[in-house]
Ligand binder design. Structure first.
Ligand code: PBG
Length: 325
């Protein structure tokens, strides 16, 4: 049976019908807002390639957290800019580092926000790579302990979830062991399991001052051409103890989001990364696109592909728009 009996337009006739049959209902509850904390006080510097996103000292950061909470966004993910960098990224687990102090500040002010932290060394190493470097190579095993210490320091400061993004093999297991041995068996791990070696991280590297000083990250981050390999990465991270997994970036990898969603029964997150954000901002500023409609369409697409959790710099705007809907 086909036309004229079948008329899909019948269910598109008005707002009420369209809402009734909507398959994907975007909600603020699945959004996580990424934030950058730096040393000092009263610092609030806009990232030039990411309008609306700031590097902030803890005092200013807390002010923005209040706004995030009021908008109904359930959580944030933190990135830190340390006072000083060195070869091994030793500041990453400093008790008084910007991330550690920021977590404590959220706890002290009793804000109703889940605090997630990025676990990686690239913001803390002088060479900008995500692991320890020897003779121009990023070493896997010697990096694991440093990452585990970083995760432990975040847990001690009060983080709810740690999210390793370094792409070293075995880091989820190393972090899980370290947390468990130290009484943090309840702290969850969101693993950046399928993280691609992407040009879309460009603006983030300005925001986090984490550009690699030589080479690129292709010896540890995944090749954009590979999707089956993502399933393998996810399976390994789950075996090592990941509670949730992430695909990153989001838009050029929606097929990966969908395949991971279909193959595994764990919460799936997608990271709508800096370059994806900056492109929308740039086009919107030029009047080339309708920012609100484009952002809501992008986030709906990421959720429709299978991501129940979306990390996005658009979170505050999206929450405002969704409230008004
Ligand atoms: C740290 C890290 C990066 C991002 C999240 N964690 C950068 C990178 O791997 O180079 C990118 C986030 C974004 O672009 O918004 N390794």
């Amino acid at each position: 049976m086909s036309f004229p009996v079948q008329r899909p337009r019948r269910l598109r006739r008005n707002e009420g019908l369209r809402a009734l049959v909507q398959e994907t209902r975007l909600s603020t509850q699945g959004l996580i807002y990424p934030m950058f904390v730096c040393p000092g006080s009263s610092v609030r510097t806009e990232v030039s390639s990411m309008p609306g996103i700031f590097q902030q000292s803890v005092d200013k950061f807390v002010e923005e957290c209040r706004e995030v909470e009021q908008l109904g966004i359930p959580g944030i993910i933190l990135f830190g800019l340390p006072e000083k960098k060195d070869e091994t990224g030793s500041e990453s687990s400093a008790v008084d580092g910007p991330v550690q102090r920021a977590i404590e500040a959220v706890r002290k002010t009793k804000l109703d926000l889940m605090v997630m932290t990025d676990i990686c060394l690239c913001e803390y190493t002088s060479h900008g790579h995500c692991g320890v470097v020897k003779d121009g190579e990023v070493l896997n095993d010697p990096t694991l302990e440093i990452l585990a210490d970083e995760a432990l320091s975040h847990a001690r400061a009060g983080a709810d979830i740690v999210a390793p993004s370094d792409m070293m093999d075995g880091r989820v297991g190393a972090i899980r062991r370290k947390l468990d041995e130290n009484g943090f068996a309840d702290i969850a791990i969101l693993s950046y399991a399928a993280k691609y070696c992407s040009a879309f991280y460009g603006p983030f590297r300005e925001a986090a001052q984490s550009a690699a000083q030589f080479g690129d990250r292709s010896s540890y981050q995944m090749d954009p051409a590979n999707a089956r390999e993502a399933l393998r990465e996810v399976a390994l991270d789950l075996e090592e103890g990941a509670d949730m997994i992430m695909v990153k970036p989001a838009l050029p990898y929606l097929d990966v989001v969908q395949r991971v969603r279909d193959a595994f029964d764990v919460p799936v997150a997608a990271y709508n990364v800096s370059g994806e954000y900056s492109m929308v901002k740039a086009a919107a500023r030029n009047g080339w696109i309708d920012e609100k409609r484009v952002v809501l369409e992008i986030l709906t697409g990421i959720q429709r592909a299978g991501a129940g959790i979306i990390l996005t710099y658009h979170a505050k705007d999206a929450a405002r728009w969704l409230k008004a809907c």
